[in-house]
Design a protein around this ligand. Sequence first.
Ligand code: SIN
Ligand code: MN
Length: 266
Amino acid sequence: MQLTDRQIESFQTEGYLFLPDVFSKAEVAVLNREVPGIFALDRQEIVREKDGKTARTAFAAQHFNEPFRRLSRHPRLVEPVQQLLDGDVYIHQFKINAKAAFDGDVWQWHQDYGTWARDDLMPEPRALNIALFLEDVTEFNGALMFIPRSHRHGKLDAGHDLKTTSYPLWTLDNETVSRLVDEGGLVAPTGPAGSVLMFNCNLVHGSPSNMSPFDRTIVYVSLCHVDNHIRQFKRPDWIAERDFTPIETLSDDCLADLVRETAAAV
Ligand code: SIN
Ligand code: MN
């Protein structure tokens, strides 16, 4: 899947791009039916909320789940990023974020590159996120919020927050967020399951807790140019991957094939 010049310009200016209906309902269903089983696994890659029960994030499912392996190499996710980063990319991080109905906690205001630079020594912000909505994301279930154009400020000062949630994060202070919102405002891209959202790794973002009865599962693939691979291996390899091999994409039908295979098996 290739982006148009207009889409590229919008991404560069605003720091994000929202693409509705990139994956079909059947493709999303093939992934969604794996999710409860993944969240129920007793593995270190499954990070729980502070209650110790509710899944918050499942890291690195592309290594142990076939549908998510295929998704991590899907041309509809990988090709637009190769286009924007101008060359071969590898997976720096792969996660399924739950934001469970009633219990899903906040993600504080942060920049992803803030963590990748400080914890992983990623040399440049030559990496970005591409996310797939596995549920409808609405104004009710903890949509991701962006401060448009905030990526233009580069890496901002941050503090390491080890307390607010179950997951440590380099977060921005309220004064910085207020100043950036004065300049750029706020957006919260919402849309149906199957939509794709791309954002610059320096774009400031966060999300509120989910007090609705609706789950909000989103898969995030963080892709990095192969020349820009991380230099420090402080975090576990299932959080900050160490295989810098360029991704070879699968066919556009790789998930649809699974839909057909499953239908044939019943
Ligand atoms: C993130 O910023 O990494 C996740 C935010 C979210 O899923 O709401
Ligand atoms: Mn983030």
